[in-house]
Design a binder for this molecule. Structure first.
Ligand code: AMP
Length: 280
């Protein structure tokens, strides 16, 4: 496994892969890897000859009062895991390499990028779209792998790939959960044991909504109420948003239908967690 830290090296390594006629899969991450990330790597291995992963805690997607500096960094462990999983290339640049002094070009996905987390975290998706566009330009993968866990991010990146004519396929992999339902997240390691137990209410609320929908309830206001009621049983879990939206535009729906996205974000103590489900 090669570990590369400059744009030039990464670009050359990816070019060499393509020159040999191999397909290249890219798995962008911020590190602090868990089984959810590994599921993306395995999907990439199944679909592409060669897999590259990036590890980059992207400063432009964090707000001024967010957790950029305390975000978990476990580089050695991450590399060991990626090597074990058969990843060929790891791209781990420093922020100055990705954003040279004076960098002033950003990718803004208007509308979609301002909804859900884009509304709660202004500028977040501008940072995400910018760094992912840069990674796509550097690696030029055939396929790029993302998790459904970040459903709004998927909507933003799908739109960006379409609008900017990126020549690649975006593959979305299902959310990986703990046996008790908690969606895996690098931020789960911020949770105390009590907070972790409280956080379970998020996946429970999503299940309650999905179950009510399956039983015939299509009224979004009533579905919301059921979800909010569930979360209210944990008064220390503070809802940021709970919405039922179109998965592509992220615009709110008045009536739930198959494929609707139910997305939740909440604070558990000082940790902000997100989760979602697609109605079937
Ligand atoms: P992150 O390192 O948090 O930026 O995540 C990198 C990629 O892993 C993103 O595409 C995430 O959506 C994906 N991911 C994170 N958590 C999970 C999970 N529990 N299940 C599936 N994919 C995930």
């Amino acid at each position: 496994m090669q570990v590369l830290s400059t744009v030039k090296e990464m670009r050359a390594a990816c070019r060499a892969v393509r020159r040999e006629g191999h397909s290249l899969g890219l798995v962008p991450t911020m590190g602090a890897l868990h089984v959810g990330h590994i599921a993306l790597v395995r999907a990439a291995r199944a679909q592409c000859n060669t897999v590259a992963a990036s590890i980059f805690v992207n400063p432009t997607q964090f707000g001024p009062n967010e957790d950029f500096t305390k975000y978990p960094r476990t580089f050695e462990q991450d590399c060991a895991l990626l090597e074990q999983e058969g990843v060929a290339l790891v791209y781990a640049p420093q922020p100055e390499e990705m954003y040279p002094a004076g960098a002033s070009t950003f990718v803004e996905v208007e509308g979609v990028g301002d909804r859900l987390d884009g509304a709660s975290r202004p500028g977040h998706f501008r940072g995400v779209a910018t760094v992912v566009a840069k990674l796509f330009h550097i690696a030029a993968p055939d396929k790029a792998f993302f998790g459904q866990k970040d459903a709004a991010q998927v909507a933003v990146l799908r739109r960006m790939v379409r609008d900017l004519n990126f020549d690649l396929e975006l593959i979305v992999c299902p959310t990986v959960r703990e046996p008790d339902g908690l969606a895996l997240s690098s931020r789960n390691r911020y949770l105390s044991a009590e907070e972790r137990a409280r956080a379970l209410v998020l996946s429970k609320a999503l299940n309650i909504i999905a179950t009510a929908y399956r039983a015939g309830q299509k009224n979004v206001a009533l579905l919301h109420e059921a979800g909010r009621g569930a979360i209210a049983t944990e008064p220390e879990v503070i809802i940021d948003y709970l919405e039922i939206v179109d998965p592509d535009t992220l615009l709110p729906l008045t009536e739930a239908g198959a494929g609707a996205l139910v997305a939740v974000a909440a604070r558990v103590g000082s940790t902000r967690l997100i989760d979602n489900t697609l109605l079937d």
